[in-house]
Ligand binder design. Structure first.
Ligand code: CA2
Length: 144
């Protein structure tokens, strides 16, 4: 096994595909997990795919993964805007981190969605490419 890529999803993303398809598409989180696994299989990487509505749980998972991972993909969802404990935890990891947003947060109507604090601690960001953004992030991390 070439290494493990941890894919983390923040609050409400468990309901993806159930509402607001014009913004988020109709892909479910299970579909996205399958896409990530297919991408990782090509290079012999493993995927550890998780979703939580709890900030404490998100911080615990990042801390547990701070050493030895091939990379982290994170869609922080609304933790993007006030999730300072998540930001601090990401600053402690020793692997590359890609922040993914399904929608283009810079084109959203609400101004507060544009300013993600999490970007301060990540290697790069993908925003607005739908579910494909996750697969591209996995491909990038698997190729490093
Ligand atoms: O575009 C993204 O991926 C977001 O990170 C999704 C977050 C939102 O707060 C960010 O501004 C952008 C959460 C979306 C809520 O989850 C959904 C649940 C069900 C159906 C659609 C979305």
């Amino acid at each position: 096994m070439a290494g493990t890529i941890l894919v983390l999803n923040g609050p409400n993303l468990n309901l993806l595909g159930e509402r607001e398809p014009a913004i988020y598409g109709s892909t479910t989180l299970a579909d996205i997990e399958a896409m990530c696994r297919a991408e990782a299989d090509a290079t012999g990487h493993a995927i550890d795919f998780r979703q939580t509505n709890s900030e404490a749980e998100m911080v615990d998972w990042i801390q547990q993964g701070r050493k030895g991972l091939a990379g982290i993909v994170i869609n922080p969802a609304a933790f993007s805007y006030a999730g300072y404990p998540v930001l601090d935890a990401l600053k402690l990891v020793d692997c590359p981190v890609v922040e993914v947003h399904i929608s283009n947060i810079h084109r959203r109507e609400e101004d507060w969605r544009k300013d993600t604090i999490i970007s301060q601690a990540v290697t790069g960001t993908i925003s607005g490419l739908g579910a494909t953004g996750y697969a591209l992030a996995v491909r990038y991390l698997a190729g490093r």
